[in-house]
Design a protein. Structure first.
Ligand code: ZN
Length: 151
């Protein structure tokens, strides 16, 4: 068991650690917990690395790669911890791929992707803090400036 986890151990599920302080609720909106998901949110925990951090814990669910890519936009330093049978079976930093397709809406109201039925496409220019360039209108945005496509 990882003693550094301040949250209670869970049997099965995902812990997202090292979320910047006060961003946990944004992470939650990405995860979109189902009605019967048990989710624990820790806000403003002390962290050696960041001073303060948030933690989100979802029981009984392992996040999809798409969820993790979305979380990376808001929390590029986050760590994903997969737990099975109370054991940490996988622990890795979130990673933003070089291109993001269909993950977020372009924040430029004049962008063609906001007027046609088409998938958005962003190229990641910088990973931390995240900067993305729209493939179509070429505008550059911060990771948390974009509205994520959820569903
Ligand atoms: Zn655009």
């Amino acid at each position: 068991m990882d003693k550094k986890l301040k949250v209670d151990p869970i049997r099965e599920g995902t812990v997202i650690d090292h979320i910047p302080a006060n961003k946990a609720l944004q992470v939650l909106s990405i995860i979109k917990a189902a009605q019967d998901d048990v989710v624990t949110v820790g806000i403003n925990f002390a962290s050696h690395k960041f001073g303060r951090k948030d933690i989100v814990k979802i029981e009984g669910r392992e996040l999809s790669q798409k969820d993790i890519n979305s979380i990376a936009l808001i929390a590029p330093d986050a760590t994903v911890i997969i737990i099975r049978d109370f054991q940490v079976i996988n622990k890795y930093p979130v990673q933003i791929p070089d291109t993001l397709n269909g993950l977020a809406r372009c924040a430029n109201p004049r962008c063609i992707t906001n007027h046609e039925e088409m998938m958005t496409r962003f190229r990641v220019q910088q990973k931390n803090p995240v900067r993305l360039r729209c493939h179509y209108c070429e505008r550059v945005f911060d990771g948390d400036e974009l509205e994520l496509v959820t569903a």
